[in-house]
Design a protein around this ligand. Structure first.
Ligand code: GDP
Length: 606
């Protein structure tokens, strides 16, 4: 069956191990069966029982044996987030493993549909939805909340259905991170395409089993056997050939093979033994969210554990809210929702992001505190991160990451829209790298424009228009570059230069001063602060700083604290001594040089 093998699951995974851990806990952390772990421990000469505590070293050795990369728990927060990105078990799965086994109840499988564009994802989701849920829909009104449930053979299956993101194969972008099973749609007349491969990669990275739907078999030029061969080459061996991937031939358009597909999904679900604790900690994944007129933020949440209730306070990333009202996928008001149930909820103060983990907290005060801490951390990270500038984009072209210059174009008046779009397209035609205008419209640069640019790695250009406050904020948060112009040839020049890779840097570094570290002191706030003497120029608080050790730069950040004799100072000049605290850095060595600099924007803002 399509169960995930230990070797596959452990590949490239970074896990955090506490200094003392029981065998049961470690199995939970690694996401493997405790018996498997006990066997591995035996193989390194450790005879232990499931409730016995082992130390970090033993745990690290056995985890490494099993193919995991390990790191001691309590490593810096950033490293933790990196680990999460690198493919450790998603947090919701780690949390599920922490529920007491005796409290677990079976839950419906959650299915995401991925595949190449035009291979029939939307049609398939609609077909399944209509044959199985239409009858129950009150007055035939179709609610699209980004997920729905079907009943089949007396069992429930939850489908994630995020049509707004139809172009994305990525699990995160589709809010499909909470999926237990991926249905990979491959058109039988087209075969494996780039996004098919991408979808396989995403499913594997998330360690989610795949069921293949070979679609469009009604077409005369359908070649299902050829598709199977191609998939087998990618390591998805059809079960009929002795492999462990179920492949079902379907026609979403004609409604052929849908029952078989649902059966295959349930088979895979059975072997995955999906469970959750309806009485446990309340958490899940954000599927989708938007602002609706008169209703505020409406978010679709997939509950994965516990029971979510109206009145609960939840946090998702940097958004939080008290749930004022909750609706099921058929638009019916509900008061509570258990595991594997998608609900749309009202009450968030801010837009949560699709793919983000949400969880219940005690009250709004706790929620605010968590969000504030996260915002602060995000800000600190942002200060170190460069915006996705045109020159950065060019670097990505060269490295083959981006194949075209994508633009979102906003202009002030209708009359200038067409001429500008044509002019940009013409510049693009004369270049090797194409220009792709994702959106061209009249009006100020909005948050929505920035979100589109962020999702597609595009740059926003404005002609005689400016970003509004929300757009500016979002651009900062998402690292999207907004460039505004008043003169058309300047705009065209920039684009041409970007395409040729000759663009002048948007930002210029200006040296302010440098100081030498003479001593290192503990600090409650920053971990460590450095006692320094300013050798040249001036050190300024809130300006950027580079920590140099010999010729090597060991850190770049911002001077968060600057003191003269315990007193806060805005700047400290050449020849004077001072205490310096840098956010996120504490590994000072005596002799390090702190170079303080500022960034000047050379870009002309319109
Ligand atoms: P998506 O981009 O993967 O969501 O693909 P769509 O569901 O939008 O389908 C793309 C096109 O393929 C549409 O024109 C559909 O009508 C067509 N299509 C989808 N499924 C089938 C099928 O089973 N048979 C045929 N002949 N066409 C299909």
């Amino acid at each position: 069956m399509a169960q995930i093998k230990a070797e596959e699951r452990s590949k490239n995974q970074v896990v955090e191990i506490p200094s003392q851990v029981t065998v049961r806990e470690l199995a939970g952390i690694l996401g493997i069966n405790p018996i498997e772990l006990i066997k591995a421990l035996m193989s390194i000469g450790e005879m232990v029982s499931i409730n016995q505590t082992i130390d970090y070293d033993t745990a690290a050795i056995v985890a490494a044996e099993l193919g995991f990369k390990v790191r001691p728990a309590g490593a810096p927060e950033e490293a933790k987030e990196e680990a999460a990105e690198e493919g450790a078990l998603p947090l919701w799965r780690q949390w599920l493993l922490q529920e007491p086994p005796e409290a677990l109840q079976p839950r419906p499988p959650v299915v995401a549909v991925l595949g190449h564009v035009d291979h029939g994802k939307t049609t398939l989701l609609d077909a399944i939805r209509h044959t199985n849920v239409a009858a129950r829909e009150a007055g035939g009104i179709t609610q699209h909340i980004g997920a729905y449930q079907v009943e089949y053979n007396g069992r429930t299956i939850t489908f994630l259905d995020t049509p707004g993101h139809a172009a994305f194969t990525e699990l995160r972008a589709r809010g499909a991170k909470g999926a237990d099973i991926v249905v990979l749609v491959v058109a039988a007349d087209d075969g494996v395409m780039p996004q098919t491969r991408e979808a396989i990669d995403h499913a594997r990275a998330a360690r989610v089993p795949i069921v293949v739907a070979i679609n469009k078999i009604d077409k005369p030029n359908a070649r299902p056997e050829e598709v199977k061969r191609q998939l087998a080459e990618l390591g998805l061996m059809p079960d009929e050939w002795g492999g462990d991937t179920l492949m079902v031939e379907v026609s979403a358009k004609e409604g052929i093979g849908l029952d078989e597909l649902l059966e295959a999904i349930l088979l895979v679900a059975d072997s995955a033994d999906l469970k959750a604790n309806p009485k446990g900690r309340v958490f899940g994944t954000v599927i989708d969210a938007q602002v609706e007129k008169g209703r505020g933020v409406v978010a679709t949440l997939l509950v994965q554990n516990g029971t979510l209730r109206v009145g609960d306070v939840v946090v998702a990333g940097t958004a939080y809210g008290k749930i004022r009202a909750m609706f099921d996928y058929q638009g019916r008001r509900v008061k509570e929702a258990g595991p594997s149930t998608p609900v749309s909820v009202m009450g968030f103060h801010d837009l949560p992001k699709a793919g983000e983990l949400f969880y219940k907290v005690a009250n709004e005060r706790e929620a605010r505190q968590i969000v504030e801490e996260r915002l602060e951390k995000e800000k600190a990270r942002q200060e170190q991160r460069q915006v996705l500038s045109l020159e950065e984009l060019f670097r990505r072209f060269q490295e083959g990451e981006v194949k075209e210059l994508r633009l979102v174009v906003k202009v002030d008046v209708q009359g200038s829209l067409d001429p500008i779009v044509h002019a940009i397209e013409k510049v693009g035609e004369q270049s090797e790298i194409g220009v792709n205008i994702l959106r061209a419209d009249v009006g100020p640069i909005t948050r929505d424009d920035v979100m589109l640019a962020a999702a597609s790695k595009a740059v926003v250009v404005g002609f005689n228009v400016k970003p509004d406050a929300a757009a500016r904020k979002t651009a900062e948060a998402e690292g999207v570059s907004i460039r505004t112009y008043r003169v058309i040839y300047e705009l065209l020049d920039d684009i041409e230069r970007a395409l040729k890779g000759m663009l002048e840097p948007e930002e210029r570094e200006v040296f302010l001063g440098e100081a030498e570290v003479l001593a290192v002191f503990p600090s409650s706030r920053y971990g460590k602060v450095a006692g320094c003497r300013v050798r040249r120029g001036v050190l300024r608080r809130n300006e950027r700083v580079r920590v140099k050790r010999g010729t090597e730069t060991v850190y770049e950040g911002v001077i968060a604290s600057l003191k003269r004799f315990q007193e806060d100072a805005r700047e400290v000049r050449e020849g004077y001594e001072c205490g310096v605290g840098i956010k996120g850095f504490k590994d000072y060595h005596v002799g390090d040089i702190l170079v303080c600099y500022t960034i000047e924007k050379t870009q002309v803002e319109g």
